[in-house]
Design a protein around this ligand. Sequence first.
Ligand code: SF4
Length: 368
Amino acid sequence: MIRKVRHVLGISGGKDSAALAMYMKTYHPEIDMEYYFSDTGKELPETYELIAELESFLGKKILKLEANHSHKNPFDHYLDIYNGFLPSSMARWCTQKLKLEPFERWISSDLVISYVGIRDDEDREGYVSTKPNIQSVFPFRKHIWSIEVLHKVLHNSNRERIAELYKIHGSEEMLTRSLEIVWEPQSPKYLFSQKMKDLLQLSISTFNHVVFNFLKTENHPVSYLNEYSLLDNEDSVDIKRVYQLFRENGVKVPGYYEEIEFEVNGKKGKYNRSRSGCFFCFYQRKIEWIWLYERHPELFRKAQEYEKDGYSWMDSETLEQIIQPERIAQIKLDYIATLKKKLNGKSKSNKLIDILADDNEVCANCFI
Ligand code: SF4
């Protein structure tokens, strides 16, 4: 049965999803991409600037998905429904109501391939829908598939099918070795990760073609494509390449990433915000709250207005407490010390945003 497959890419306001949009437009213009942005109504002004810049680069509108159409903006609308209960990492109703549900409503029952900007130098998974009509792919990685697809393909029970596909899609030179790898069962001695690494080392594009053809008999959105140019893409995009994409395409890196100097008790430091998302996001670090207070005092005051009836954005202290002068100085000093330690360790980048982003469990929907 012929069914149309839609290709969609969500812009979060972060650098990686923006870089992916530029990458897809530049290297895969044949894919008819639909761009969208899930607007919580509480984004930083820099995010809206990035959206406008990208629209002009892409030559396309980025569709704004809103969670509701009441007179109130989306976040405030749902905050009323939740009786003022502020979201937190343990009760993240904001992502569900403001990002996932509007997205899934927009998609409805259409077959969709969703492009996610998780880089090849990152060790995390993005949003993988539980809906069978939505499939995530990751063009910045050496292979493009989500983890649940890979587990299915490399499952021991599928070795015969995969071996047959290697005979069809692999070159003659690699046949013997590829079959050895495929037939070696996964076990504590031969882990899934090693097996995948071995197959990718042999040939990334062959691996992609094998997975694509394996999925033809499974009910995934890519099964409905006749051809897919990403299969032959052996590129891998890391943090350096992301910045390069901004430079090459003349798009400004969002302003909140800019490092700004501060001085405290004779010590110098630099701060910025490490991610996009709502200005009051509970995932931000204390130094980022201070950044908000000093760089966007009006937004900080707005965030403060939400702290009432015993609710606060952080467990340990309120925003009122965090902006007492001695507390600000302490947070800055702690931050300088933490950063120093991290810089002495190994980091993929020497930019603050990347050092900070390295170790925090965050919401992939809001920050990619
Ligand atoms: S940015 Fe933070 S507050 Fe906003 S929707 Fe995402 S997780 Fe929630």
